[in-house]
Ligand binder design. Structure first.
Ligand code: PLP
Length: 441
Protein backbone atom coordinates (compact mmCIF):
# COMPACT_ATOMS: atom_id res chain seq x y z
CA UNK A 1 0.00 0.00 0.00
CA UNK A 2 1.40 3.42 -0.87
CA UNK A 3 1.56 6.17 1.73
CA UNK A 4 -1.11 8.01 -0.29
CA UNK A 5 -3.42 4.99 0.03
CA UNK A 6 -2.62 4.68 3.74
CA UNK A 7 -3.46 8.34 4.17
CA UNK A 8 -6.85 7.91 2.41
CA UNK A 9 -7.70 4.89 4.51
CA UNK A 10 -6.72 6.55 7.81
CA UNK A 11 -8.44 9.82 6.87
CA UNK A 12 -11.71 7.96 6.29
CA UNK A 13 -11.41 6.25 9.70
CA UNK A 14 -10.47 9.55 11.33
CA UNK A 15 -13.61 11.24 10.01
CA UNK A 16 -15.83 8.37 11.07
CA UNK A 17 -14.41 7.54 14.53
CA UNK A 18 -12.14 10.25 15.91
CA UNK A 19 -13.88 13.17 17.62
CA UNK A 20 -11.12 15.79 17.64
CA UNK A 21 -10.64 18.18 20.57
CA UNK A 22 -11.21 21.90 20.02
CA UNK A 23 -11.96 21.37 16.33
CA UNK A 24 -14.57 22.67 13.88
CA UNK A 25 -16.47 19.44 13.26
CA UNK A 26 -17.98 20.47 9.92
CA UNK A 27 -14.60 21.53 8.59
CA UNK A 28 -12.93 18.36 9.82
CA UNK A 29 -15.63 16.29 8.12
CA UNK A 30 -15.25 18.25 4.89
CA UNK A 31 -11.49 18.15 4.62
CA UNK A 32 -10.32 15.33 6.89
CA UNK A 33 -7.01 15.56 8.76
CA UNK A 34 -4.57 17.84 6.99
CA UNK A 35 -1.55 16.16 8.59
CA UNK A 36 -1.32 12.63 9.93
CA UNK A 37 1.93 12.93 11.84
CA UNK A 38 4.24 9.94 11.96
CA UNK A 39 7.46 11.30 13.44
CA UNK A 40 8.94 14.21 15.35
CA UNK A 41 12.55 15.25 15.55
CA UNK A 42 13.96 18.46 17.04
CA UNK A 43 11.76 21.38 15.99
CA UNK A 44 10.14 19.41 13.17
CA UNK A 45 7.18 17.11 12.64
CA UNK A 46 6.87 14.71 9.70
CA UNK A 47 3.66 13.33 8.21
CA UNK A 48 2.43 10.33 6.30
CA UNK A 49 2.66 12.12 2.97
CA UNK A 50 6.37 12.74 3.55
CA UNK A 51 6.02 16.44 4.35
CA UNK A 52 7.90 18.13 7.17
CA UNK A 53 6.75 21.14 9.18
CA UNK A 54 8.53 23.48 11.56
CA UNK A 55 6.61 23.24 14.83
CA UNK A 56 6.21 26.93 15.63
CA UNK A 57 3.88 26.25 18.58
CA UNK A 58 5.84 23.38 20.18
CA UNK A 59 2.67 21.47 19.23
CA UNK A 60 0.42 22.85 22.01
CA UNK A 61 2.93 25.18 23.71
CA UNK A 62 4.36 22.13 25.44
CA UNK A 63 7.21 20.34 23.62
CA UNK A 64 9.89 22.47 25.28
CA UNK A 65 12.83 20.09 24.73
CA UNK A 66 11.80 19.31 21.16
CA UNK A 67 10.64 16.10 19.53
CA UNK A 68 12.22 12.66 19.33
CA UNK A 69 14.31 12.59 22.51
CA UNK A 70 15.65 9.06 23.02
CA UNK A 71 16.72 9.78 26.59
CA UNK A 72 13.10 10.40 27.52
CA UNK A 73 11.94 7.24 25.79
CA UNK A 74 14.61 5.30 27.67
CA UNK A 75 13.58 6.67 31.06
CA UNK A 76 9.90 5.91 30.35
CA UNK A 77 10.81 2.38 29.27
CA UNK A 78 12.94 1.69 32.35
CA UNK A 79 10.29 3.08 34.69
CA UNK A 80 7.45 1.16 33.03
CA UNK A 81 9.50 -2.01 33.20
CA UNK A 82 10.21 -1.68 36.92
CA UNK A 83 7.05 0.03 38.19
CA UNK A 84 4.52 1.02 35.53
CA UNK A 85 1.95 2.30 37.98
CA UNK A 86 1.16 2.56 41.65
CA UNK A 87 -1.29 4.63 43.65
CA UNK A 88 -0.27 7.74 45.58
CA UNK A 89 -3.39 7.72 47.74
CA UNK A 90 -3.03 7.56 51.52
CA UNK A 91 0.21 5.91 52.62
CA UNK A 92 1.44 4.87 49.15
CA UNK A 93 4.24 6.71 47.39
CA UNK A 94 6.94 6.23 44.77
CA UNK A 95 10.46 7.48 44.23
CA UNK A 96 10.02 9.51 40.99
CA UNK A 97 7.03 11.42 42.45
CA UNK A 98 8.87 12.18 45.70
CA UNK A 99 11.99 13.32 43.86
CA UNK A 100 10.00 15.45 41.42
CA UNK A 101 8.09 17.18 44.22
CA UNK A 102 11.41 17.92 45.94
CA UNK A 103 12.95 19.19 42.69
CA UNK A 104 9.97 21.48 42.08
CA UNK A 105 10.36 22.94 45.58
CA UNK A 106 13.98 23.71 44.70
CA UNK A 107 13.22 25.58 41.46
CA UNK A 108 9.87 27.23 42.21
CA UNK A 109 9.67 30.86 43.32
CA UNK A 110 9.66 31.81 47.01
CA UNK A 111 8.11 29.43 49.49
CA UNK A 112 6.16 27.21 47.07
CA UNK A 113 7.27 23.93 48.56
CA UNK A 114 4.58 21.25 48.19
CA UNK A 115 3.01 19.78 45.04
CA UNK A 116 -0.28 18.06 44.32
CA UNK A 117 0.08 16.11 41.04
CA UNK A 118 -2.56 15.85 38.30
CA UNK A 119 -2.61 14.68 34.68
CA UNK A 120 -2.83 18.09 32.98
CA UNK A 121 -3.62 21.78 33.11
CA UNK A 122 -7.39 21.65 33.49
CA UNK A 123 -7.17 19.24 36.39
CA UNK A 124 -4.50 21.45 37.96
CA UNK A 125 -6.75 24.49 37.82
CA UNK A 126 -9.77 22.65 39.21
CA UNK A 127 -7.53 21.34 41.97
CA UNK A 128 -6.36 24.85 42.82
CA UNK A 129 -9.96 26.15 43.11
CA UNK A 130 -10.94 23.23 45.32
CA UNK A 131 -7.83 23.51 47.51
CA UNK A 132 -8.39 27.26 47.89
CA UNK A 133 -12.01 26.80 48.95
CA UNK A 134 -11.17 23.90 51.25
CA UNK A 135 -8.40 25.99 52.79
CA UNK A 136 -10.84 28.75 53.65
CA UNK A 137 -13.25 26.25 55.23
CA UNK A 138 -10.39 25.05 57.44
CA UNK A 139 -9.49 28.66 58.26
CA UNK A 140 -13.06 29.28 59.47
CA UNK A 141 -14.04 31.50 56.53
CA UNK A 142 -16.33 29.21 54.50
CA UNK A 143 -17.97 32.17 52.72
CA UNK A 144 -14.75 32.66 50.72
CA UNK A 145 -15.81 30.73 47.62
CA UNK A 146 -15.52 33.13 44.70
CA UNK A 147 -12.74 32.74 42.20
CA UNK A 148 -11.91 35.86 40.21
CA UNK A 149 -10.31 35.38 36.80
CA UNK A 150 -9.63 37.65 33.84
CA UNK A 151 -10.95 38.44 30.40
CA UNK A 152 -9.00 36.70 27.60
CA UNK A 153 -7.82 34.04 30.04
CA UNK A 154 -7.78 30.34 29.23
CA UNK A 155 -7.68 27.86 32.09
CA UNK A 156 -8.80 24.65 30.38
CA UNK A 157 -11.94 22.64 29.85
CA UNK A 158 -12.79 20.84 33.11
CA UNK A 159 -15.94 22.28 34.68
CA UNK A 160 -14.11 24.65 37.05
CA UNK A 161 -11.44 25.53 34.50
CA UNK A 162 -14.07 26.33 31.86
CA UNK A 163 -15.98 28.43 34.37
CA UNK A 164 -12.82 30.43 35.15
CA UNK A 165 -11.92 30.89 31.48
CA UNK A 166 -12.37 34.48 30.37
CA UNK A 167 -12.75 33.62 26.67
CA UNK A 168 -16.52 33.64 26.43
CA UNK A 169 -17.00 31.15 23.56
CA UNK A 170 -15.59 28.41 25.81
CA UNK A 171 -18.09 29.30 28.53
CA UNK A 172 -20.95 29.54 26.03
CA UNK A 173 -20.23 26.06 24.66
CA UNK A 174 -22.64 24.62 27.21
CA UNK A 175 -25.50 26.34 28.98
CA UNK A 176 -24.43 25.64 32.54
CA UNK A 177 -21.28 26.59 34.44
CA UNK A 178 -19.92 26.02 37.92
CA UNK A 179 -21.07 28.69 40.41
CA UNK A 180 -18.92 31.29 42.18
CA UNK A 181 -16.71 32.43 39.31
CA UNK A 182 -16.45 36.06 38.20
CA UNK A 183 -14.30 38.03 35.80
CA UNK A 184 -12.32 41.24 35.51
CA UNK A 185 -10.60 43.09 32.70
CA UNK A 186 -7.27 41.40 32.05
CA UNK A 187 -4.70 44.08 32.93
CA UNK A 188 -6.71 46.44 35.11
CA UNK A 189 -5.88 46.37 38.81
CA UNK A 190 -8.56 49.06 39.34
CA UNK A 191 -11.11 46.63 37.93
CA UNK A 192 -9.78 43.92 40.25
CA UNK A 193 -10.13 46.16 43.30
CA UNK A 194 -13.68 47.13 42.23
CA UNK A 195 -14.65 43.50 41.67
CA UNK A 196 -13.28 42.44 45.08
CA UNK A 197 -15.29 45.23 46.74
CA UNK A 198 -18.41 44.44 44.70
CA UNK A 199 -18.30 40.73 45.64
CA UNK A 200 -17.21 41.51 49.21
CA UNK A 201 -13.63 40.52 50.11
CA UNK A 202 -15.01 38.12 52.74
CA UNK A 203 -16.57 36.10 49.88
CA UNK A 204 -13.50 35.89 47.65
CA UNK A 205 -11.28 32.79 47.84
CA UNK A 206 -8.73 33.48 45.12
CA UNK A 207 -7.66 35.40 42.07
CA UNK A 208 -6.13 33.42 39.18
CA UNK A 209 -4.01 34.72 36.31
CA UNK A 210 -1.64 33.46 33.64
CA UNK A 211 1.69 35.37 33.90
CA UNK A 212 1.51 35.76 30.10
CA UNK A 213 -1.90 35.02 28.60
CA UNK A 214 -1.38 32.34 25.99
CA UNK A 215 -4.42 30.94 24.22
CA UNK A 216 -6.18 34.30 24.63
CA UNK A 217 -3.69 35.89 22.20
CA UNK A 218 -0.30 36.13 24.00
CA UNK A 219 -0.77 39.22 26.15
CA UNK A 220 2.22 40.31 28.19
CA UNK A 221 1.29 42.39 31.26
CA UNK A 222 2.81 45.76 32.12
CA UNK A 223 5.91 45.43 34.32
CA UNK A 224 4.17 46.53 37.54
CA UNK A 225 0.86 44.68 37.07
CA UNK A 226 1.57 41.59 39.19
CA UNK A 227 3.18 43.59 42.02
CA UNK A 228 -0.10 45.49 42.32
CA UNK A 229 -2.12 42.25 42.07
CA UNK A 230 -0.05 40.75 44.90
CA UNK A 231 -0.59 43.90 46.97
CA UNK A 232 -4.37 43.81 46.42
CA UNK A 233 -4.57 40.10 47.25
CA UNK A 234 -2.63 40.73 50.48
CA UNK A 235 -4.77 43.76 51.34
CA UNK A 236 -7.97 41.70 51.10
CA UNK A 237 -6.56 38.37 52.31
CA UNK A 238 -7.19 36.70 48.95
CA UNK A 239 -5.10 33.83 47.62
CA UNK A 240 -3.18 34.58 44.44
CA UNK A 241 -2.94 31.65 42.01
CA UNK A 242 -0.80 31.73 38.88
CA UNK A 243 -1.68 29.48 35.99
CA UNK A 244 1.77 28.63 34.62
CA UNK A 245 0.52 25.81 32.39
CA UNK A 246 2.15 27.45 29.35
CA UNK A 247 4.70 29.76 30.95
CA UNK A 248 6.54 27.38 33.30
CA UNK A 249 9.79 25.54 32.62
CA UNK A 250 11.61 28.12 30.55
CA UNK A 251 9.05 29.25 28.00
CA UNK A 252 9.42 32.98 28.75
CA UNK A 253 13.19 32.92 29.31
CA UNK A 254 12.95 32.41 33.08
CA UNK A 255 12.12 29.16 34.89
CA UNK A 256 8.58 30.39 35.61
CA UNK A 257 6.66 33.22 33.96
CA UNK A 258 6.00 34.96 37.27
CA UNK A 259 9.78 35.20 37.88
CA UNK A 260 9.78 38.21 35.51
CA UNK A 261 7.58 40.14 37.91
CA UNK A 262 9.39 39.45 41.18
CA UNK A 263 6.24 38.23 42.88
CA UNK A 264 5.46 34.96 44.68
CA UNK A 265 1.98 33.46 44.30
CA UNK A 266 0.25 31.37 46.99
CA UNK A 267 -0.45 28.57 44.52
CA UNK A 268 0.97 27.80 41.10
CA UNK A 269 -0.56 25.51 38.48
CA UNK A 270 1.64 23.79 35.90
CA UNK A 271 1.43 21.05 33.24
CA UNK A 272 2.62 20.90 29.58
CA UNK A 273 6.36 21.76 29.77
CA UNK A 274 6.91 19.68 32.94
CA UNK A 275 7.26 16.65 30.63
CA UNK A 276 7.52 18.53 27.31
CA UNK A 277 4.41 16.56 26.31
CA UNK A 278 6.09 13.14 26.49
CA UNK A 279 3.77 12.10 29.34
CA UNK A 280 0.55 13.46 30.80
CA UNK A 281 1.38 15.35 33.96
CA UNK A 282 0.40 18.54 35.74
CA UNK A 283 0.20 19.81 39.26
CA UNK A 284 -0.42 22.58 41.74
CA UNK A 285 2.27 23.90 44.04
CA UNK A 286 1.20 25.49 47.30
CA UNK A 287 3.13 27.74 49.66
CA UNK A 288 4.69 26.39 52.79
CA UNK A 289 2.32 28.63 54.75
CA UNK A 290 -0.74 26.99 53.21
CA UNK A 291 0.83 23.57 53.54
CA UNK A 292 1.53 24.16 57.25
CA UNK A 293 -2.05 25.38 57.76
CA UNK A 294 -3.40 22.30 55.99
CA UNK A 295 -1.23 20.02 58.12
CA UNK A 296 -2.31 21.78 61.31
CA UNK A 297 -6.01 22.27 60.61
CA UNK A 298 -7.01 19.30 58.49
CA UNK A 299 -8.69 16.65 60.62
CA UNK A 300 -10.26 14.45 57.95
CA UNK A 301 -9.13 13.28 54.54
CA UNK A 302 -8.05 15.52 51.67
CA UNK A 303 -10.90 14.25 49.48
CA UNK A 304 -9.37 15.15 46.16
CA UNK A 305 -7.18 12.81 44.12
CA UNK A 306 -6.78 11.50 40.60
CA UNK A 307 -5.90 7.91 39.76
CA UNK A 308 -2.83 9.24 37.97
CA UNK A 309 -1.73 11.76 40.65
CA UNK A 310 2.00 11.14 41.05
CA UNK A 311 2.20 8.64 38.18
CA UNK A 312 5.70 7.08 38.43
CA UNK A 313 6.44 7.00 34.69
CA UNK A 314 5.18 10.57 34.12
CA UNK A 315 7.21 11.82 37.10
CA UNK A 316 10.37 9.98 35.91
CA UNK A 317 9.92 11.58 32.48
CA UNK A 318 9.48 15.00 34.14
CA UNK A 319 12.71 14.62 36.12
CA UNK A 320 14.64 13.76 32.96
CA UNK A 321 12.96 16.61 31.09
CA UNK A 322 14.02 19.13 33.76
CA UNK A 323 17.54 17.68 33.71
CA UNK A 324 17.68 18.26 29.94
CA UNK A 325 16.33 21.82 30.26
CA UNK A 326 19.06 22.64 32.77
CA UNK A 327 21.90 20.67 31.13
CA UNK A 328 21.30 22.24 27.71
CA UNK A 329 20.76 25.76 29.03
CA UNK A 330 17.33 25.95 27.38
CA UNK A 331 16.06 28.76 29.59
CA UNK A 332 18.88 31.02 28.44
CA UNK A 333 18.33 29.84 24.90
CA UNK A 334 14.66 30.80 25.16
CA UNK A 335 15.67 34.27 26.27
CA UNK A 336 18.28 34.72 23.53
CA UNK A 337 16.22 33.17 20.74
CA UNK A 338 13.21 35.14 21.96
CA UNK A 339 15.11 38.33 21.10
CA UNK A 340 15.87 36.98 17.62
CA UNK A 341 12.22 35.97 17.16
CA UNK A 342 10.98 39.42 18.19
CA UNK A 343 13.40 41.21 15.89
CA UNK A 344 12.22 38.94 13.05
CA UNK A 345 8.61 39.88 13.83
CA UNK A 346 9.62 43.56 13.72
CA UNK A 347 11.23 43.10 10.30
CA UNK A 348 8.01 41.56 9.00
CA UNK A 349 6.05 44.40 10.57
CA UNK A 350 8.14 46.90 8.56
CA UNK A 351 7.75 44.97 5.31
CA UNK A 352 4.08 44.01 5.35
CA UNK A 353 1.18 46.44 5.41
CA UNK A 354 -1.22 44.10 7.26
CA UNK A 355 0.96 43.52 10.33
CA UNK A 356 0.09 45.55 13.42
CA UNK A 357 1.46 44.99 16.91
CA UNK A 358 4.11 42.30 17.43
CA UNK A 359 5.36 41.07 20.80
CA UNK A 360 7.31 38.28 22.52
CA UNK A 361 8.65 37.37 25.93
CA UNK A 362 11.23 34.64 25.56
CA UNK A 363 9.82 32.09 23.15
CA UNK A 364 6.16 33.02 23.34
CA UNK A 365 5.02 35.64 20.89
CA UNK A 366 2.28 37.11 18.75
CA UNK A 367 1.78 38.94 15.45
CA UNK A 368 -1.44 40.92 15.02
CA UNK A 369 -3.04 41.36 11.62
CA UNK A 370 -4.75 44.65 10.77
CA UNK A 371 -6.45 46.34 7.85
CA UNK A 372 -4.97 49.69 8.78
CA UNK A 373 -1.73 49.99 10.73
CA UNK A 374 -2.26 53.62 11.68
CA UNK A 375 -5.71 53.15 13.20
CA UNK A 376 -5.35 49.48 14.20
CA UNK A 377 -8.61 48.78 12.33
CA UNK A 378 -9.26 45.04 11.84
CA UNK A 379 -10.57 43.20 8.83
CA UNK A 380 -14.32 42.49 8.92
CA UNK A 381 -13.55 38.78 8.82
CA UNK A 382 -10.33 37.64 10.59
CA UNK A 383 -7.61 36.75 8.12
CA UNK A 384 -5.31 34.87 10.51
CA UNK A 385 -6.82 31.50 9.44
CA UNK A 386 -5.88 32.33 5.82
CA UNK A 387 -2.29 32.96 6.90
CA UNK A 388 -2.31 29.64 8.77
CA UNK A 389 -3.44 27.86 5.59
CA UNK A 390 -0.58 29.47 3.63
CA UNK A 391 1.88 28.56 6.39
CA UNK A 392 0.78 24.93 6.35
CA UNK A 393 1.41 24.79 2.59
CA UNK A 394 4.94 26.07 3.25
CA UNK A 395 5.64 23.79 6.23
CA UNK A 396 5.12 26.06 9.25
CA UNK A 397 2.82 25.29 12.15
CA UNK A 398 1.44 28.06 14.38
CA UNK A 399 -1.98 29.03 15.67
CA UNK A 400 -4.52 31.79 15.08
CA UNK A 401 -6.49 33.53 17.82
CA UNK A 402 -9.69 35.14 16.60
CA UNK A 403 -11.61 35.34 19.91
CA UNK A 404 -12.65 38.67 21.30
CA UNK A 405 -12.27 40.63 18.03
CA UNK A 406 -8.65 39.55 17.69
CA UNK A 407 -6.89 38.56 14.49
CA UNK A 408 -3.63 37.25 15.81
CA UNK A 409 -0.99 34.62 15.05
CA UNK A 410 0.65 33.05 18.08
CA UNK A 411 3.99 31.28 18.43
CA UNK A 412 5.81 29.19 21.01
CA UNK A 413 8.50 27.09 19.29
CA UNK A 414 10.47 24.41 21.17
CA UNK A 415 13.09 25.93 23.48
CA UNK A 416 15.87 24.10 21.60
CA UNK A 417 15.29 26.21 18.49
CA UNK A 418 18.46 27.79 17.05
CA UNK A 419 19.03 31.03 15.15
CA UNK A 420 18.92 29.42 11.72
CA UNK A 421 15.60 27.73 12.52
CA UNK A 422 14.17 31.02 13.82
CA UNK A 423 15.21 32.70 10.56
CA UNK A 424 13.47 29.89 8.67
CA UNK A 425 10.33 30.43 10.78
CA UNK A 426 10.46 34.17 10.07
CA UNK A 427 10.89 33.64 6.32
CA UNK A 428 8.01 31.16 6.14
CA UNK A 429 5.84 33.48 8.22
CA UNK A 430 6.70 36.49 6.07
CA UNK A 431 5.92 34.62 2.85
CA UNK A 432 2.62 33.33 4.23
CA UNK A 433 1.55 36.84 5.28
CA UNK A 434 2.69 38.27 1.95
CA UNK A 435 0.61 35.70 0.02
CA UNK A 436 -2.52 36.68 1.96
CA UNK A 437 -1.75 40.40 1.67
CA UNK A 438 -1.49 40.09 -2.10
CA UNK A 439 -4.70 38.06 -2.29
CA UNK A 440 -6.81 40.55 -0.31
CA UNK A 441 -5.40 44.01 -1.02
N1 PLP B 1 -4.17 26.71 31.54
C1 PLP B 1 -3.54 27.29 30.51
C2 PLP B 1 -2.90 28.63 30.70
C3 PLP B 1 -3.49 26.65 29.27
O1 PLP B 1 -2.89 27.24 28.24
C4 PLP B 1 -4.08 25.37 29.14
C5 PLP B 1 -4.05 24.66 27.85
O2 PLP B 1 -3.64 25.18 26.85
C6 PLP B 1 -4.74 24.82 30.24
C7 PLP B 1 -4.74 25.51 31.43
C8 PLP B 1 -5.42 23.49 30.13
O3 PLP B 1 -4.48 22.49 30.13
P1 PLP B 1 -4.88 21.02 29.60
O4 PLP B 1 -5.24 21.16 28.17
O5 PLP B 1 -3.63 20.22 29.85
O6 PLP B 1 -6.01 20.55 30.44
Amino acid sequence: MTNEQRYEQLAALDKKHFLHPTTAIAQQQASGPEFIFTKGEGVRLYDLKGRSALDGLASLWNVNIGHGREEIAQVAYEQMKTLGYCSSFASFSNEPAIKLAAKLAEIAPGNLTATFFTSGGSESNDTAYKLARHYWILKGQPARKKIISRSRSYHGVAMGATSATGLKPFRDFTNSLAPDFCYVDHFSTDALREKILEEGPENVAAFIAEPVQGAGGVHIPPATYFKEVRRLCDEFGILFITDEVITAFGRTGTYFGIDHYDVVPDMMCFAKGITSGYAQLGGVMISETIHNDLMELSKGTLLHGYTYSGHPMACAVALKNLEIIEREGLINNARNMGDVLLSGFKDIQKKRSIVGDVRALGLIGAVELVKNKATNERFEEPIAPKVIAEAHKRGLIMRSVVFDQQDTLVFAPPLIINEQEIQELITLLHDSIEAVEHAIT
